[in-house]
Design a protein around this ligand. Sequence first.
Ligand code: PLP
Length: 297
Amino acid sequence: MIPPYGPVKVQRCNHPLLRERKITLFVQREDLVHPYLSGNKWRKLKYNLEDFKLSGATVMLTFGGAYSNHLVATAAASYLSGIPLIVVIRGEPHPENPYQEFIRSCGTKMIFISRTLYREKGDPDFIRTLLENQRIHPDACYVIPEGGANDAGTKGCEEICNDVPDESGWIACACGTGTTAAGIARAMKDHQKFLGFAVLNAGNYIRETMIKSGADEGRFHINEDYVFGRYAKVTHLLKNFIKNFHVQTGILTEPVYTGKMFLGLLDLIEQRYFREGSVITAIHTGGVLDFSIPLKW
Ligand SMILES: *Cc1c(COP(=O)(O)O)cnc(C)c1O
C-alpha cells in the first residue's frame, strides 16, 4: 500500500567546523524519500496504513494544525492509495495556505474547528460526536492521532535505525511529539546514544513518551536549549543559520524542526559537547515542501 522505500541515503556532511573539532557527521536523508510523504511522516504512516487495512475500516480520520507536515503526508498517502480521508484542522480555513490547497487537491475532506475545541481531539466522546455528524459509524473509521503519534507510528520509526551507519555513536533528531525519538531510541544498537532536540517547550512530555514506549532512560538526552521561544517561531539567527548551512553543505532545512536541530548540533559540536573522533548521524526528518512537484509514487 505504501512503497517500501529505502535504504535511505546517508551522506557525510562537509562543514568546516567538523574538521576543526574532528567530528564525523552523517546526515540520513529521510527528507529525500518522497516530496510529500516526507521523512518521518512516511515512517509513521507505514504501519498505520497496514493497521487500517487489517481493521476493516473504510475511512481514515486524523488531526493537525494549519501547517502540518503530518496532514500533507497523510493526504498524499490517502490520494495515492485510494483510502478516503477526513482531517480535522485547528483554526480557520485559509484558502491561500498552500498546505490546505494541497490537502484539498488530494480529495481530503477538511473540517475546521476552534483552538478550544481542538484540545478535545484525543477524547473518544469528541471523536464519536464528530463521526456522528459526518454520518460515519465508529467501526468504519480508523483514527490516526495528531502527528501520527501512536504505537504503529513508533514501530515505523524504529526502522530509521536500519539505515544508520554502524560506526555512529550518536543519533540526533528533532522532536515534536517524541514519537520518532521513541522509535529510534528503542531500536538503536547497544553502543549508541540518542540526542533529541525539542522544538517546543515540552521536554518532559517527550521524555515521558519515550520512557513509556520502552526507551532506556540512561541512553538518551532531550536538549531544550534550541527551542527559540516556542513552536514554529522563526528568529533571525535561525533564518541566517538555515541559509548558511545550505550554502556550506548543500542541505536544505526548515525553521520548524530540522533547522533547530542542525543549529543546536553544530553549536554543541563547537562547545566540545562531543569527544574528538565522535561519529554522529543526524536524521533529516523532512519538512522542506515544494508544492510545485506533481504528486505520484
Ligand atoms: C513531525 C516532524 C518532526 C517531529 O516528529 P515527532 O515524532 O512528532 O517528534 C520532526 N521533523 C519534521 C520535519 C517533522 O515534520
